[in-house]
Design a protein around this ligand. Sequence first.
Ligand SMILES: Nc1nc2c(ncn2[C@@H]2O[C@H](COP(=O)(O)OP(=O)(O)OP(=O)(O)O)[C@@H](O)[C@H]2O)c(=O)[nH]1
Ligand SMILES: [Mg+2]
Length: 244
Amino acid sequence: MSGPSDHLSIFFPMWNEEAMARTTVDAAHVVCRRLLDERELRDYEVLLVDDGSTDRTAAIIDELAAADPHVRVVHHERNRGLGAGIKTGFAEARGNVVLYTDADLPADLAEVRKALRLLRIYDADVVSAYRHDRTGEGTKRAVYSFAYNWLVRLAFGLRVRDVNFAFKLIRRQVLEKISLHSEGSFIDAELLIRAQQAGFEIIQFGVDYFPRTRGESTLASNATIFKMLREMRALSSDLRRPTA
Ligand SMILES: Nc1nc2c(ncn2[C@@H]2O[C@H](COP(=O)(O)OP(=O)(O)OP(=O)(O)O)[C@@H](O)[C@H]2O)c(=O)[nH]1
Ligand SMILES: [Mg+2]
């Protein structure tokens, strides 16, 4: 069960997020403090993984961590990619439940309340959010997402509506049981595929989606997409191998 005994880690991968970092961390504090007051949580941490940012992100988040013991920061010396950042975040998170979401807040963080409730009521291990309406990301990207979700479904039998949408609440047991290899954006699919294969229960719920309003979009390039597909191919025989 989860509930008032839960310690929540909210984890944000960050690369060059100087425009968003403060707003994002403030938003996490507001939501978590309310959940503490309502005795929905026992404790929380905001975990920031700076993946070798070249702007002021590192200095800003170090300052935020110095000002509040709930904030923890880990730096990569050089930029290694989204998957590498996420693996570091999962390894560092101290909570028994971990929310992974993007630093540009693609969904209202208040949705974590519902995700925690669903995890508890339905005795799930992963709550994966999908976008009610993803047209905000533009037609080309919406088509790519649709195709990618189908590809992952056909290749690995994963029935998840919005694989790459970064709002996932995960029990610590899942992260302890599976090991992840992707260094790039295939990480979301790999996480869900391995969790499903290990017998964990994944449930989904819809959220309103808010496209980035500040800072640069860095993961929509063709290079990122090709890298993701290369990782998918490289890991596919391992991921198709039936687990005991
Ligand atoms: N670890 C790591 N994280 C990254 C990297 N590039 C982006 N991110 C983070 O990944 C998250 C998503 O990045 P976005 O640029 O918002 O990508 P996106 O959501 O596809 O693009 P938008 O539509 O512009 O929001 C954010 O938290 C970024 O800071 C990277 O190279 N390494
Ligand atoms: Mg984004």
